[in-house]
Design a protein around this ligand. Structure first.
Ligand SMILES: [Zn+2]
Length: 137
């Protein structure tokens, strides 16, 4: 992917950042697999889905919940990511609530999830996510 291409993780109202200055830093290069916080990891995992980087997705998945392999839906296009809430619970635990939009076979999908992340050995990992809508306040 060309370095100046806008990163897939942007939401429609964000200023597009070049891929190389955004999630590209975590997908490859000296900072490989070292997203500094759960929010950056969340964005980089979204971008990895958009770019079909299954190795990165598996490498950033916690061993306790990681699937043995990952088959991405063929033809699925990711359209944008919105981070709704980022909660740093303590040094090694965080949650990120997001909405991801995609399109498959002409039909739009909207995924809302609260993902849980844990830090081990200085690296953040995705644990799992709760999908669906939040109860009203
Ligand atoms: Zn990005």
């Amino acid at each position: 992917m060309p370095a100046q291409t806008p990163c897939p993780c942007r939401s429609p109202d964000d200023n597009p950042r070049p891929y190389a200055d955004c999630c590209g830093r975590w997908h490859a290069g000296p900072m490989h697999l070292r997203a500094p916080d759960a929010k950056a990891l969340m964005r980089s995992r979204y971008s990895a889905y958009a770019l079909a980087l299954t190795d990165y997705l598996l490498a950033t998945w916690h061993a306790s919940t990681r699937p043995p392999a990952l088959d991405l839906e063929p033809g699925l296009r990711w359209l944008g990511l919105q981070i709704r809430q980022f909660q740093q619970i303590d040094d090694t635990h965080a949650t990120v609530e997001f909405v991801a939009r995609s399109k498959l076979g002409g039909r739009a999908h909207r995924l809302q999830e609260i993902s849980r992340f844990v830090r081990e050995g200085g690296r953040w990992f995705y644990i799992d996510g709760q999908t669906g809508s939040r109860p009203p306040p």
